[in-house]
Design a protein around this ligand. Structure first.
Ligand code: PMP
Length: 440
């Protein structure tokens, strides 16, 4: 009997005991190909020797020194490494221990910035439907995910959600991608104008949507228009790249491919690649200076800038750079996309195949023509996951939404070291798991 408060009822999951590149090995010696990096976390694969050694070396020197007393070499080096590779407007790194903390930090940065600036009425946060920004109450409050919100509604602060940029389901008639993107981006302007002027603090969005909708990239022009609207109305743009950042889409940040830069970006998963829990909110010099003029940021977690976590994340990023892994992300991503299209392109129950970089998904539908999703009660996503695990494959499926406006999807986010041969295995096992799930 396990004394862990496991999240889901039912059988205990297998016990993971070792890692080997793209594989996780359980207690019985069974090998699972990690095609989702857990939840888009393990971008370097498992048991990387360089990262292991960096953790040991730092641990032998100093594990932790509280940031109200000290800074540390790995924390300083990592911040410098990140800022050098980030658009020049983003200059200050606030460390945290994971994605939800990064989002909380971003929201509080936005709020305190406006208080310090003498605009205390700016408190409204606008986000998008079908978004996931984390599990803490502030992050849940801005997430457009009914299932995760429902039990906590009375505790959540009010936020406003506009439509997601989700072309497979959102485009109308003969609308072009460009027109669609402008139409949904303009919902932000409409929401800002609907309230008292000067009350909106920030707009928050995942650059490429991850957990809730399954690797949905924005259409061209969408974020350019969003940036324009934010600038026009003095609203901060927060991009949540906890999943899509740190190389996952083929560039260090996904927003680089949109030709814009946010005021704050949140990162986590790929930052430490699962070797240590770490994340960050990176903001502009102006936000930093304004908050400092107010006596400093009224926020911070005990473990921020943890020396071992920073040393591990720094080594992860150096390995990615030294081994030119983003090149591999871009090359293998094309192969993965082609393979998925070849295998599922004509599948009667696959409505959409999409993604960017090594961040791709298939969306399942009962009927391709009408895009009707499967009944939520069938829990197709969970059955696919079970079948995939039986076949030694880790994928990250999520259910559709109860309103029938999105289907179950399966997210793939393999480590950046994945090879074409491993992609063949992923696609074969996934096809077999999907077939078995549909027949069950
Ligand atoms: N933001 C996004 C976009 C995420 O995908 C996630 C995690 N899936 C989070 C925030 C929360 O991160 P964490 O689970 O590390 O708290």
């Amino acid at each position: 009997m396990s004394h862990i408060f496991h999240r889901f009822p039912g059988n205990l999951p297998p016990v993971a005991v070792a890692g080997d590149g793209v594989f996780i090995i359980d207690k019985d010696g069974k090998r699972y190909l990690d095609a989702s990096g857990g939840a888009a976390v393990s971008c370097l694969g498992h048991s990387n020797a360089r990262v292991r050694d960096a953790i040991i070396t730092q641990g032998q020197k100093l594990a932790f020194a509280h940031t109200s007393f000290f800074t540390s070499e790995p924390a300083e080096e990592l911040a410098e490494f990140l800022v050098r590779r980030t658009p020049e407007t983003l200059t200050k790194v606030h460390y945290v221990s994971g994605g939800s903390e990064a989002v909380e930090t971003a929201l509080k940065l936005a709020r305190q910035y406006f208080v310090a600036k003498g605009e205390p009425k700016r408190g409204v946060i606008i986000s998008r439907e079908r978004s996931y920004h984390g599990a803490t109450l502030g992050a849940v409050a801005i997430s457009g995910n009914a299932w995760r919100r429902a039990p906590f509604e009375p505790l959540l602060f009010k936020s406003v959600q506009i439509a997601a940029c989700y072309p497979y389901r959102g485009k109308q008639g003969n609308e072009t991608d460009l027109d669609y993107g402008l139409r949904v981006a303009n919902e932000l302007e409409r929401e800002i104008l609907a309230r008292e002027p000067g009350t909106v603090a920030a707009f928050v969005a995942e650059t490429v949507v991850g957990a809730t909708a399954g690797a949905v990239p924005p259409v061209e022009g969408y974020f350019k228009r969003i940036r324009e609207i934010c600038d026009q109305y003095g609203v901060l743009l927060i991009l949540d790249e906890v999943m899509s950042g740190m190389g996952r889409t083929g560039s260090l940040f996904a927003f680089e491919q949109e030709g814009i830069s946010p005021d704050i970006v949140t990162i986590a998963k790929g930052m430490g690649a699962g070797y240590q829990p770490i994340g960050a909110a990176i903001c502009t010099q102006e936000i930093f200076d304004t908050i400092n003029s107010d006596g400093g940021f009224a926020h911070g977690h005990t473990y921020l800038g943890h020396a071992i976590a920073c040393a591990a994340a720094l080594e992860v990023q150096k390995v990615i750079e030294d081994e030119n892994l983003l090149e591999n992300v871009r090359a293998v991503a094309r192969y993965l996309s082609e393979s998925l299209n070849e295998r599922f392109g004509q599948h009667p129950n696959v409505g959409d195949i999409r993604g960017r970089g090594l961040f791709q998904a298939i969306e399942l539908v009962e009927d391709r023509e009408s895009k009707r999703p499967f009944q939520a009660s069938r829990k197709l996503h969970a059955v696919i996951k079970k079948n995939a695990m039986q076949r030694g494959l880790m994928v990250y499926p999520t259910g559709g939404v109860a309103d029938g406006k999105a289907g179950d999807h399966v997210l793939l986010a393999p480590p950046y070291i994945v090879t074409r041969g491993e992609v063949d295995i992923i696609v074969d096992r996934l096809a077999s798991a999907v077939t078995a799930a549909l027949e069950s």
